[in-house]
Ligand binder design. Structure first.
Ligand code: NI
Length: 179
């Protein structure tokens, strides 16, 4: 297991549409382990494989420590392979979202309050989850990543342009400093 470097905007890899996993194998399991390790280290509650530069449809999520009734630090890891939303509620909810690829930037985003997600688990079994609350938001945010979509695509163009500009400037400064 290893912690992998995170891909940060405006890196164009974040705009790739990730490829489905045909069959879960040792490589997939190693990827999932690295994703969990990278996610917990960040720390974050969700990660898509492309955020560590792997364009495959794999997502890790753990909203455990932020779920009501759970102990602080309790782990509820979920790995979703080829996840897809098969149903979404008409009711919407708003959460303040952030993203490990857009460090220290947070904005309110409105999404369906509940979704049904079909995915393959780490044993290659097809499963479904009914997600609500923070998990519903998180799973939609991560599935967006698999399609090259970022949460800032759901906010106003003005705000989006401002944050992209800021991170583009930071990336240029970093490149110039040889960091
Ligand atoms: Ni994200």
């Amino acid at each position: 297991m290893s912690i992998r470097p995170l891909v940060i905007i405006p890196d164009s890899r974040l705009r790739l549409v990730s490829e489905p996993i045909a069959r879960v194998n040792a490589k997939t399991r190693a990827l999932v382990e690295d994703m969990f390790e990278t996610m917990y280290d960040a720390p974050g509650i969700g990660l898509a494989a492309i955020q560590i530069g792997v364009p495959e449809r794999v997502v890790t999520i753990d909203v455990g420590s932020r779920t009501e009734g759970d102990e602080e630090g309790e782990k509820r890891p979920i790995a979703l392979i080829n996840p897809e939303i098969v149903a979404a509620s008409e009711e919407l909810s708003v959460y303040q979202e952030g993203c490990l690829s857009i460090p220290e930037y947070y904005e309110d985003v409105e999404r369906p309050a509940r979704v049904k997600v079909r995915y393959m688990d780490i044993d290659g079994e097809i499963r479904e989850i009914d997600a609500d609350g923070l998990l519903a938001t998180c799973v939609q945010h991560e599935i967006d990543h698999l399609n090259g979509v970022l949460f800032i695509d759901h906010i106003s163009k003005l705000k989006r342009d401002r944050v992209v500009k800021k991170f583009t400037k930071l990336a240029k400064e970093k490149a110039r400093d040889g960091a």
